[in-house]
Ligand binder design. Structure first.
Ligand code: IPM
Ligand code: MG
Length: 305
């Protein structure tokens, strides 16, 4: 079995720069425990890439991603780039990576950890036992459909987006969903996925807890489902657990290391059991920690197990 992997590290903007290093440290620790070697290749993406190269997804970054076994992505975007034309906004980097890497299937598990039941604004009896998997199509539909854009129309302007899927695109994402459901409760419900995965975060207490895997091509991509959170960027406040749980998904789906993935999940649960919380999941009586401390606690817990 392969034991050495190349990981493209695209931390991006805002809190991406803080949470991704914690994911990398967890990978290094689990690598030592399981005899796995990781070769990290950093590349620039999003707003930072616009500043430096005028484009959110420079060719060099795409090349690093394509050559890697997997991509670990943080988040892109921020107020600084909000005024740019939509064709070169930071978010376009995400769409470009998905398209270029052929990542049509996005898995977004939303599980409520019992320790966080009070972190949700919803009532305990409503959310208890929540465990769902959003399977989101990523390379078809409204993000890529043509025609699109804003054009003059009579005496005003008119905006157009096109929601379009081919039969093949629908069949392959449905297959992913049905196969996943076979291993779960054998239920599939078809609805709109991006907003739904954000809403699912409310069930689990915080969007800072939700990981994701984007699969389909040779190189898979792993990222937290949340954004770059410019309001708390650079303050050591962000929750790194969504990234750390994305790393667990990476070990499971791309590296065939189910045991290592389980160990990471257990370490996260262990740290939550001890009452440590970042601000987004804190509730009265818990111990507030920052991004780095949370990462270190997970590693300490991993080493103990
Ligand atoms: C996500 C994000 C992206 C999406 C945006 C930034 C393009 O919301 O990954 O969920 O909608 O896919
Ligand atoms: Mg989203």
């Amino acid at each position: 079995m392969k034991r050495s992997f190349t990981i493209a590290v695209l931390s991006g903007d805002g809190i991406g720069k803080e949470i991704v290093p914690e994911g990398v440290k967890v990978l290094e620790a689990i690598g030592r425990l399981h005899g796995l070697a990781f070769n990290f290749k950093e590349a620039i993406v999003g707003g930072g890439a616009i500043d430096l190269h005028g484009r959110p997804l420079p060719d060099e970054t795409l090349a690093v991603a394509k050559a890697a076994d997997v991509v670990l992505l943080g988040a892109v975007g921020g107020p600084k780039w909000d005024g740019l034309d939509s064709s070169i906004r930071p978010e376009k980097a995400l769409l470009g990576l998905r398209e270029q890497l052929g990542l049509y299937a996005n898995l977004r598990p939303a599980r409520l950890f019992p320790q966080l039941i009070d972190a949700s604004t919803l009532k305990r009896e409503v959310i208890e036992g929540t465990d769902l998997l959003v399977v989101r199509e990523l390379t078809g539909g409204i993000y890529f459909g043509e025609p699109r854009g804003i054009k003059p129309y009579r005496n005003e302007e008119r905006g157009i987006n096109t929601e379009v899927y081919t039969t093949k695109e629908i069949a392959r994402i449905a297959k992913v969903a049905f196969e996943a459901a076979r291993k779960r409760r054998r239920k599939v419900c078809s609805v709109f996925g991006d907003i739904l995965s954000d809403e699912a975060a409310m069930l689990t207490g915080s969007i800072g807890m939700l990981p994701s895997a984007s699969l389909g091509g040779r190189t898979a991509m792993y990222e937290p489902i949340h954004g770059s959170a410019p309001d708390i960027a650079g303050q050591n406040k962000a929750n790194p657990l969504a990234t750390i749980l994305s790393v667990a998904m990476m070990l499971n789906y791309s590296f065939d290391q189910e045991k290592a993935a389980d160990e990471i999940e257990h370490a996260v649960l262990g740290v939550l059991d001890q009452g440590y919380r970042t601000a987004d999941i804190a509730s009265p009586g818990t111990k507030l920690v920052g991004t780095k401390e949370m990462g270190e606690l997970v590693i300490k817990q991993l080493m103990k197990a």
